[in-house]
Design a protein around this ligand. Sequence first.
Ligand SMILES: [Zn+2]
Ligand SMILES: [Zn+2]
Length: 264
Amino acid sequence: MEIIPLFSGSSGNATLVRAGGTNILIDAGRNCKWIVNSLLEVGTDPSDIDAVLITHSHVDHVSGLDVFIRKYPTTLYATEQTFRGMRYRFTKPHESTPDIVIVPGKEFEVAPGVKVTSVSTPHDAAGSCCYRINFEGRSCMIATDLGYMTEDIEHFATGVDAMLIESNYDRRMLVYGDYPEDLKVRIAGDGGHLSNDDCARAVKFFIDNGTRRFILGHLSENNNTPDRAHKTVCDYLAGFDLFPGNDYELSIADRYSPSKSVEF
Ligand SMILES: [Zn+2]
Ligand SMILES: [Zn+2]
């Protein structure tokens, strides 16, 4: 299996997961052309996408979906509330593609042997969820846009081989930054995003439960930097004698272009 973040951050998100010969696109949060170019850059023809999984209806996850799904018809998976939330984004029907409504906690199969479980995420979009993908004894979790780490996500992600996890904001940058107060409250609230500190604690939990490969993603453009996210997580883990290279591998998903593939 492989995780390849195509682009990641508050300005747009999409991730490619390869499971054997199956290509899964998680979210489509920049225009179709950008998604297509990103896929081509990593050697995947957009018409070879076997499934599109949507986490939630926020614009940074679905802005390119309408055009992409009509140009490259494939099966689209989302929760009922997410379908409802993004209905107005579809300018024309995409009848050639059967939409599949998923229920958090229930496993479904996107291709023979490729099993997916969605898990509800605490986030201010109705029906928001994240995904675990299993294939031939390997597994990964893509978990962004969560106000806090839930026991459910911990449960479903326990033991995955690799994880793309949100490290959205640096607490000090958010507090002392120039965002309006209500937006600061929203981001740091239970329906917002994971801070670098929250992420560090979560990574510790998953290392303790057997995961080694981590990609930090969905970094805020204004309230974080890749260096800060990386340092916060590594410094926290160093306090438990856990060091990158030895005990875990850590990379950062790039905001604009495809990041290095994580294979497992
Ligand atoms: Zn969101
Ligand atoms: Zn988002």
